[in-house]
Design a protein around this ligand. Structure first.
Ligand code: AMP
Ligand code: MG
Length: 425
């Protein structure tokens, strides 16, 4: 209700972009720590990591077959004497002379004298320990060259790289059993409001279930951080101050509710009394208008609107980039992709609108966005259905069916039901 009652654009109100810049200007990576590789997924490297050897360490075969001298087999068919049998992990013993070859397995090192590999499919056994090569071989495409994947000393992952499964494989390749990563931020979450009912409190039909604590918890967890849940503070300045003081001991405090213009919205004045400098309050966005951001001598405070969707949308725009910046990430923002609107969307100019949408693909492969349902800032059900948030720019009066708009992917938007490896016949 407060959001609806608020004026369209009041003086000092920040744009989303300006609010993000304000937050990120006050956010830098926390300390570093050394952790076992097994625990490193999702963390961010704080140092450059270099290759500790050439890989492959020698020229190796990419196929099961015969290492040979190209000059011997330029004309086919030709017969070669087999003088060695080299398995992966073996070192070659023989030096190939003209007319000789070595049986070789994938990953095994080439013997001296060999400059090509003949695939086993292109040969057949010949009498007296020989092999007949059936096709002429001119090129050496089946050899993986020494250091073609990485060269000793070269940077294979730079500081700031997120440790994805692929990066973790690289770290194992260069034998980093422990890695130096940025510390994750410590995050506390507080809900506020007399009407709120705790998750495990007895059911009271007149109360409002506290969903924000858990939706925000999940958004934080999705960033690889386990937050501390402080619980529910009533709309009482003294009680609120106690909770907020505890929360200010963390790198990031998220408070939802009580930050609007109601007479019992005590969060902002209580934070100010505790020494928090508030840098903005209200952002030109919908949902999420009455959002505030402040800084204490210890960390960051986000006052998120109480409406369940507003708090989640504000998390996406403001808290997520801040958490990622604190954690040392270089990619701070959600991926966006263009999508064609299936239907018109009305919008009042003056605020950027974040519309919950589901995504599908049309026959040409372009994404199509349609509303996930009710866009009420209290309707958490449509948040659960949404693949992304479609952005209606602040200057716009709305978008028409067929318009291309930008969609910020949510966690759920990264997955789809069909594999779609190629076009269906
Ligand atoms: P407020 O920002 O305190 O004015 O709250 C706005 C709306 O959000 C009210 O309808 C509240 O009941 C609701 N609300 C506030 N906090 C929560 C919460 N933790 N979980 C679910 N709804 C909430
Ligand atoms: Mg309230």
């Amino acid at each position: 209700m407060h959001e609806k009652a608020a004026v369209l654009s009041s003086p000092g109100e920040f744009s989303v972009r300006k609010a993000q810049a304000c937050i990120l200007a006050r956010t830098s990576p926390l300390g570093v720590e050394n952790i076992a590789l097994e625990r490193a997924l999702g963390r961010v490297l704080a140092v450059d990591v270099r290759a500790n050897r050439d890989l492959p360490p020698r020229d190796i075969s990419a196929m099961d077959g015969y290492a040979a001298r190209a000059a011997d087999i330029a004309d086919a068919p030709s017969t070669l004497e087999i003088v060695d049998d080299i398995k992966a992990g073996d070192l070659p013993r023989a030096v190939l002379q003209s007319g000789q070859c070595a049986r070789i397995m994938t990953g095994a090192p080439l013997p001296a004298g060999a400059d090509t590999v003949v695939r086993v499919e292109d040969t057949r056994p010949a009498p007296d320990g020989a092999v007949e090569v059936l096709v002429p071989v001119q090129t050496a495409t089946d050899i993986r060259r020494r250091a073609e994947n990485m060269r000793q000393g070269e940077v294979v992952l730079a500081a700031g790289a997120e440790i994805t499964p692929g990066a973790l494989g690289v770290l194992a390749t260069v034998k980093q059993a422990a890695v130096t990563v940025y510390q994750p931020p410590r995050v506390a979450i507080l809900s506020s409001g007399n009407e709120l009912e705790a998750l495990r409190a007895p059911f009271d039909p007149d109360k409002i279930p506290d969903s924000n604590t858990y939706a925000l918890m999940a958004q934080v967890q999705a960033q690889g951080v386990e937050p501390c849940l402080l619980g529910i503070a009533r709309d009482d300045p003294a009680e609120l101050a106690g909770f907020l003081e505890r929360g200010l001991g963390y790198d990031v405090l998220l408070v939802s509710g009580g930050a609007s213009i109601g007479v019992h919205d005590y969060v902002r004045p209580t934070l100010a009394a505790l020494g928090v400098t508030l840098h903005f309050w209200r952002v030109e966005m919908r949902p999420g208008h009455p959002v505030a951001f402040g800084v204490s001598d210890r960390g960051l405070v986000f006052c998120l609107p109480g409406n369940p969707v507003s708090s989640m949308v504000c998390f996406e725009q403001f808290v997520l980039p801040a958490l990622r910046a604190l954690g040392g990430h270089r990619r701070l923002f959600r991926r966006t992709l263009p999508a064609r609107l299936i239907h018109a969307i009305k919008s009042r100019p003056g605020r950027v609108e974040f519309v919950r949408v589901t995504l599908a693909r049309d026959a040409s492969g372009l994404y199509e966005a349609s509303s996930a349902g009710s866009q009420s800032s209290g309707d958490i059900l449509t948040m659960a259905r949404a693949d992304g948030l479609l952005i209606v720019p602040g200057a716009s009066k709305g978008l028409a069916a067929g318009d291309i708009a930008r969609v910020q992917l949510l966690e759920a938007g990264a997955y789809q039901e069909q594999a779609e490896l190629e076009d269906e016949p």
